[in-house]
Ligand binder design. Structure first.
Ligand code: FE
Ligand code: FE
Length: 283
């Protein structure tokens, strides 16, 4: 498999307010997302299960189960507390609990003086991983996402594992467009089930459109990193891609093991979270 090289992002073009960020913090780290060099068996195993079991039928069932429904009421802050207990088995660059990653992303955005809605997004972007709390296995919560219902791209990490996915041999689902029309737009595409899509539906009416869009597709690396599946995107997606790249820059390049005073930082984020989400949500 090809090594994952850094894509230098041209954030300057996004909006005037983001210019300062682009200069000082262009972090280059070719070691991130290197699934060859940093081989961790649990990462491989999670992707093997993910690629074998994320089918059209599975995704439709999860969408029905989780979108517009409620298992439990939690405030966003209660979800933040739960993130202290969860570690992502699909991520070769993260071994510490999710709350640390949430703070690292939020803090990097805060340092760069991004708008408050983005700092919030940086902090909560992975909170869809609360799916694990409802008993979902890691392979249905974490990892890169990709469309189901059409051919699996070789740009997806560990593409060889798709040969054991029933949809791989199903002629309804294994052509270039499968069940979709050319340039139908990503909002009409069923993505493999995980924390992105789940959280998107919880926050989509409460945060700015570009923030929600970035949350929804932040794990869609085959697209935003490799350019795969552009044949399913429309003009709206093209216009919005820069927002995924903005979140991704902080999501990917702030993962490290440097010490962090968690307790000192949490009050700022509690206030921020309660500003945007004062009421409990249906999870
Ligand atoms: Fe994520
Ligand atoms: Fe993340």
């Amino acid at each position: 498999m090809k090594k994952y090289y850094l894509i230098l992002l041209n954030i300057v073009s996004i909006a005037p307010g983001y210019a300062a960020f682009s200069q000082a913090n262009t972090i280059q780290d070719a070691n991130k997302r290197d699934f060859e060099k940093n081989i961790v068996e649990s990462v491989k195993e999670t992707y093997k299960e993910n690629h074998t079991q994320q089918t059209v039928a599975f995704v439709l069932q999860k969408e029905q189960q989780y979108i517009g429904t409620c298992r439990k009421k939690f405030t966003m802050w209660e979800v933040a507390e739960l993130m202290k207990t969860f570690t992502d088995a699909s991520d070769p660059d993260l071994t510490r609990p999710q709350i640390i990653h949430a703070l690292q992303v939020g803090e990097a955005m805060r340092k760069d003086k991004l708008p408050r809605a983005w700092i919030l997004a940086g902090f909560i972007h992975d909170f869809g991983k609360i799916l694990y709390y409802f008993g979902e296995p890691q392979w249905a919560v974490v990892g890169d996402t990709f469309p189901v219902g059409c051919a699996f791209s070789d740009a997806i990490v560990y593409p060889e594992y798709f040969k054991d996915n029933p949809d791989f041999f199903d002629i309804r689902f294994n052509s270039r467009f499968g069940i979709y029309q050319p340039h139908c737009g990503l909002s009409n595409v069923h993505m493999s089930w995980g924390h992105d899509e789940y959280l998107y539906h919880k926050v989509k009416d409460r945060l700015p459109e570009e923030v929600c869009y970035a949350i929804r597709y932040h794990s869609f690396y085959p697209y935003h990193e490799k350019g795969a599946y552009e044949h399913l995107t429309n003009d709206y997606d093209k216009k919005m891609l820069k927002w995924i790249n903005l979140l991704n820059k902080y999501d990917l390049y702030t993962k490290d093991d440097s010490p962090m005073d968690i307790e000192a930082l949490l009050p700022y984020y509690k206030k921020l979270v309660e500003e945007f989400f004062p009421e409990p949500l249906n999870w």
